[in-house]
Design a protein around this ligand. Structure first.
Ligand SMILES: Nc1ncnc2c1ncn2[C@@H]1O[C@H](COP(=O)(O)OP(=O)(O)OP(=O)(O)O)[C@@H](O)[C@H]1O
Ligand SMILES: [Mg+2]
Length: 290
């Protein structure tokens, strides 16, 4: 605040600060070329548990059900979605008249926006600090011509840092799915994510446990390398739904590396989670229109 401000300017600024303090910053605006019906975040309290894989699989399953799907890769410094969908080396096109970015389409038509699609080389490191990262996120929301989208999935960066907080505060999330793995600290990690969502007043659809087990290639027996699944217990203690478990599947990992997840992902792998997303979004549509 400077000495040259008038009392009414002081008052206006004070009100703005109070508003931000109590209600958080304003939401990002949806532009005239984007009609996004539902936004779902894929979150976890820690890194490397398989958020991006789950985000990719949810997108494939939603798209297989003939819905219009998009992915906003909010892991600005560590993006992994383009490679998974065979878009390594692809670039986002900018519409010169509207000055809007056009998402890159996957082979099956999933619209994707990611830092790796704007960098010259996908191996370029992203050395940006918080305010720039948040600016990029704003551009990915406000300056992209998303078109008609039924479900926009957001692949979140790990943890609860600046970008995750900005997604929670400024993007109108319908709900989040939490991804975990059956290791130590799972309860703490899940509770942290649930508490963050509650503080931000964002509904939690439920919990998906990744790497729960693997199937022995010789005898078909279920092996639990990280110990027994903690899905039911962790979901119950956190007061959220258990939405399914995923096996460790080397073929799936190889398809992510090869960029063929859309064709390689077994159909129906996360069908309970997708049922929950579709039903909850339909119920919220019905409430809004009544
Ligand atoms: N169920 C699985 N079976 C086989 N490989 C998996 C499985 N889940 C994840 N992976 C592999 O583990 C690695 C990490 O997964 P992923 O990138 O999805 O994690 P993440 O939570 O998004 O990580 P980060 O926090 O860094 O964003 C990837 O190479 C992925 O292909
Ligand atoms: Mg990731």
């Amino acid at each position: 605040m400077t000495n040259s401000q008038t009392p009414s300017e002081d008052e206006k600024l004070r009100k703005e600060v109070e508003q931000t303090f109590h209600h958080g910053p304003d939401k990002f605006n949806q532009n005239a070329f984007s009609h996004i019906k539902h936004v779902i975040g894929v979150v976890s309290g820690k890194g490397g548990v398989g958020k991006s894989l789950v985000c990719g699989l949810l997108a494939c399953e939603l798209s297989a059900r003939k819905t219009k799907v998009a992915i906003l890769d909010a892991d600005i410094t560590g993006p992994s979605i383009p490679k998974m969908f065979g878009l390594s080396g692809a670039r986002i096109v900018v519409d010169p008249q509207r000055e809007m970015m056009i998402p890159a389409p996957s082979a099956h038509g999933i619209k994707i926006v990611s830092t790796n699609l704007v960098l010259e080389h996908e191996t370029d490191p992203v050395l940006w600090r918080g305010p720039i990262l948040m600016g990029v996120l704003r551009q990915f929301w406000e300056e992209v011509e998303w078109g008609d989208v039924d479900y926009l999935l957001i692949d979140m960066p790990p943890g609860t840092g600046d970008v995750a907080l900005t997604v929670f505060q400024q993007i109108p999330l319908d709900g989040i799915v939490i991804v975990t793995s059956p290791q130590d600290l799972v309860q703490m990690v899940v509770t942290k994510a649930v508490n963050m969502a509650q503080q931000m007043k964002v509904p939690v659809y439920g919990l998906i446990e990744n790497m729960s087990y693997l199937v022995c290639p010789d005898c078909g027996r279920r092996i639990e390398p990280f110990g027994p699944s903690q899905l039911t217990k962790a979901a119950h203690q956190a007061g959220v739904e258990a939405l399914g478990e995923l096996p460790i599947d080397p073929a799936l990992a190889a398809s992510c590396d090869a960029g063929t997840i859309e064709d390689a992902a077994p159909k129906g792998l996360l069908s309970a989670a997708v049922d929950c997303i579709i039903e909850t979004c339909a119920a919220s549509d019905a409430t809004k229109s009544s």
